[in-house]
Design a protein around this ligand. Structure first.
Ligand code: NAP
Length: 242
């Protein structure tokens, strides 16, 4: 059986990615941290595509949880392969750096940067053995240009971009590609507190993006068609680069 693991698959961009990959006939492993109801809703929608949906609840920033839940799944499914990993889970906790707490710094780095390391490593050996794999990580415009009020988030996403480029070169010979997508503003729970009316004025397309518009690009990078693309960061931002 062929599986795709989507971290943060219970809501927002992650849910849209789960559905696109289900359309491509992947069985979906839906990771999330706490929101059981929303995760079950994603699972129901995934199953409408006649593939299986498995909920894997663990905190991607917690090494012990990644190892005990994801590691246990991998160990128990020796015949099955996770061909596709989408590192999508992430949080923002904005504050000017002078007011930032150590916990705000660590939580945001943990959910994106530590998670890239823990989760990608957990699925790497079977991918190497299989000589095929697709890893796509959701980073952010903030990690490319830097956003005031987001030193933690910009650092986390920029760190993942560096790790993506490095890992891409490590595993290229084994048929594994490692890429990232960098959304601008996308309409999800994460951006609910932002003033959309004001912010869309600075976006050349004059609107926020939809989760499905990110998911389509992720699904392409996760497909066999993207076989010669690795170490790339694809911006999905309605033209907002600066
Ligand atoms: P969202 O609606 O807030 O959803 C976040 C998802 O991540 C949820 O499924 C959540 O699970 C999960 N999650 C958070 N922390 C986790 C952890 N420690 N362990 C496991 N799961 C965790 O966010 P979104 O807007 O869809 O964002 C998805 C990704 O896109 C993030 O990496 C974000 O940084 C990036 N991004 C978003 C935007 C945007 O404008 N929305 C722009 C650029 C980049 P629960 O439901 O259990 O809480």
């Amino acid at each position: 059986m062929k599986y795709a693991l989507v971290t943060g698959g219970s809501r927002g961009i992650g849910r849209a990615i789960c559905l696109k990959l289900a359309e491509q006939q992947y069985n979906i492993l839906i990771n999330y941290r706490s929101n059981d109801d929303e995760a079950r809703k994603t699972a129901d929608l995934v199953q409408e595509h006649n593939v299986t949906a498995t909920l894997l609840k663990f905190d991607v920033s917690n090494k012990e949880e990644v190892d005990s839940v994801l590691g246990a799944w991998v160990d128990a499914h020796k015949e099955d392969v996770i061909e596709v990993l989408i590192n999508n889970a992430g949080i923002r906790e904005d504050a000017l750096m002078v007011f930032m707490t150590d916990d705000q710094w660590r939580r945001v780095l943990g959910a994106s940067l530590d998670a890239f390391y823990y989760v990608s490593r957990a699925v790497m050996n079977p991918m190497l053995a299989n000589r095929y794999g697709r890893i796509v990580t959701v980073v952010s415009l903030s990690g490319i240009k830097g956003m005031p009020g987001q030193t933690n988030y910009s650092a986390a996403k920029a760190g993942v971009i560096g790790a993506t480029k490095a890992l891409a070169q490590e595993v290229a010979r084994r048929g594994i590609t490692v890429n990232a997508v960098a959304p601008g503003f996308v309409r999800t729970d994460m951006t609910q507190d932002l003033n959309e009316a004001e912010l869309k004025a600075i976006i050349p397309m004059k609107r926020f993006g939809e989760p499905e518009e990110v998911a389509d690009a992720v699904a392409f990078l996760a497909s066999k068609k993207a076989s010669y693309i690795t170490g790339a960061v694809l911006s999905i931002n309605g033209g907002l680069y600066t």
